[in-house]
Design a protein around this ligand. Structure first.
Ligand code: ATP
Ligand code: MG
Length: 197
């Protein structure tokens, strides 16, 4: 079994996330991509929406794809959520599986700042996907050769959008239609998310 893991804060999930997960799934013949909304993300300073809101929006966004699943692993865990613990969790659940952690270019370029990254890169492979505004080719100069053996890079149709942009638009009263799935747009409106800083 070839299992993709799509980690992120997803505050909220948007089409940039969906495109890279689906391109990684098809190009690497992944049997399934498990989305893992982060619990308490150690890298973010800005306040994030409640775990349950972010989880619900990922469920809504991925619901029509039979090869996408959503995991509560990082939400159930106490303390900061580290990718290392998540990958170990999947390794225990699926000892035979090949694990592929999917990231955008910005995230893979920062892997040397991740918690215990030396151990992490031994546990799974990484799929680094292009993201507008970031130079994915820099992995080759920034990361050690041993890491590059574990990292594959692919390009996806560019979606020049971040969750920060989506939140800013909502706060400014601008539309987010066609930037996030319809169900996510409706959820944001229903719960009044992102209206205040
Ligand atoms: P924020 O602005 O809050 O940081 P974000 O849009 O960067 O939000 P994250 O939840 O931080 O989303 O990212 C989760 C994963 O998705 C990361 O690996 C990130 O690189 C990737 N990603 C996010 N948006 C895009 C995009 N538009 N294109 C490619 N990859 C993306
Ligand atoms: Mg981000």
């Amino acid at each position: 079994m070839r299992l993709g893991i799509m980690g992120g804060t997803f505050d909220p999930v948007h089409y940039g996330h969906l495109v890279i997960a689906e391109v990684a799934r098809t190009e690497f013949s992944l049997d399934c991509v498990v989305w893992v909304p982060a619990g308490d993300p150690p890298h973010k300073d800005e306040r994030v929406s409640s775990e349950e809101h972010r989880y619900a929006m990922v469920v809504l966004a991925t619901g029509t794809n039979p090869d996408f699943r959503v995991s509560r692993m990082e939400l159930e865990r106490e303390g900061p959520s580290y990718t290392l613990d998540t990958v170990r969790g999947f390794r225990e659940e699926h000892p035979e599986a090949d694990l592929f952690f999917i990231t955008g270019a910005d995230a893979i370029l920062e892997i040397l700042t991740w918690h215990r990254h030396e151990e992490l890169v031994r546990l799974c492979r990484f799929i680094g996907v292009t993201r507008p505004g970031y130079d994915l080719a820099r992995v080759n100069t920034v990361l050690p050769a041993a890491y590059l053996e574990q990292i594959s890079t692919i390009s996806a149709p560019g979606v020049d959008l971040s969750s920060t942009d989506v939140r800013t638009r909502v706060r400014a009263g601008q539309p987010i239609r066609y930037l996030v799935p319809e169900a996510v747009e409706a959820y944001v409106r229903k719960h009044g998310l992102y209206r205040e800083t």
